[in-house]
Design a protein around this ligand. Structure first.
Ligand code: GTP
Length: 295
């Protein structure tokens, strides 16, 4: 089996994160094929038009965190427009697909972007030029009667993706090319966005993580140095604790951080601080109230 950037988990396992992903694009571009390739590692040449929506689910561990992706492959044909949009809600990320051999499907991407943005706002997106195997296949395109040719160049695809702040990949569901990368790239963007939305350095040398207050740890505004360490801790914090958190001793951090590029020592200090937080948290559970304290 080809190398995968994640470890597949059993379907019965509970995961730390459950992400709803929607797959959008014109009819016949390969949305179902991409979903089926990712979830079941299969590909079928015949076309069965999606009516309404298909679902795929996959559970895996990636970069130390477990995920369930619920993939909603939504009918691309114009005629399903009226009820299509009802499936968009609560999606945390979007795969936007066109067919590299059909320019019209690429030209429709701005419409798809407008449609989902109006309904669910700006979300992490991966733009995907699918059917990359076809241009060199020697097969004849029944629309033109000539061999398939690439009608959308890599640069063009990338340029559009950049314009909406999205990641860009060319893929082949048939050849299983970049399919895993497409979904892990989206997971990366969703994680990053969830985190950075909540990350807001204020003037008190503290980090405010939205409704979770993670105080201390930062000297000045040098967030980048500890960003990765915080990413590492993010799940343990967010997944377990809906309230407020205090980590560590601020004096220790202020003395330490200016000298340190971010290193494993930074991470280990953060982890030590987690013990402190854990005690607060367990205590709060006992008392039936949220922890809300500052150093
Ligand atoms: P709708 O259900 O109408 O929205 O279409 P869709 O976007 O889900 O397309 P679907 O996955 O059903 O694929 C349409 C056709 O393209 C099928 O015949 C697939 O076998 C074929 N196809 C999909 N992906 C690829 C690919 O990467 N390479 C090749 N050669 N064919 C593909």
């Amino acid at each position: 089996m080809a190398w995968q950037p994640y470890e597949i988990l059993d379907k019965t396992e509970n995961t730390e994160n459950i992400y709803k992903i929607i797959v959008l694009g014109d009819g016949f571009v390969g949305k179902t094929a991409i979903t089926v390739r990712f979830c079941e590692n299969q590909f079928k040449d015949e076309y069965i038009m999606t009516i309404g929506v298909n679902f795929g689910t996959k559970k895996f561990r990636y970069k130390g965190t477990s995920y369930t992706l619920q993939i909603w492959d939504i009918a691309g044909q114009e005629r399903f427009g009226a009820f299509r949009t009802s499936y968009y809600s609560a999606a945390v990320g979007v795969i936007l697909v066109y067919d590299v051999t059909n320019k019209l499907t690429f030209l429709d991407l701005p419409n798809w972007t407008c449609e989902f943005q109006q309904l669910i706002g700006t979300k992490p997106v991966v733009v995907v030029g699918n059917k990359l195997d076809l241009p060199d296949s020697g097969q004849v395109d029944s629309r033109t009667g000539r061999p398939y040719e690439k009608q959308v160049g890599f640069k063009e695809g990338k340029c559009f993706a950049d314009s909406i702040n999205a990641t860009f990949l060319e893929t082949s569901a048939k050849g299983n090319y970049n399919i895993d990368n497409m979904f892990t790239a989206l997971v990366d963007s969703v994680d990053e966005k969830l985190f950075s939305n909540m990350l807001n350095v204020n003037s008190f040398n503290s980090i405010d993580l939205g409704f979770n207050k993670l105080y201390s740890l930062v000297s000045g505004n040098d967030v980048s140095k500890i960003y990765d360490s915080l990413m590492m801790l993010k799940h343990s914090i967010f997944q377990q604790n809906p309230y407020s958190v205090v980590l560590g001793n601020i004096n220790e951090w202020i003395n330490y951080l200016p000298k340190a590029p971010y290193t494993s020592e930074v991470s280990s200090l953060l982890l030590k601080s987690m013990d402190v937080w854990q005690q607060y948290y367990e205590q709060s559970l006992k008392e039936g109230e949220a922890v809300s304290s500052r150093i």
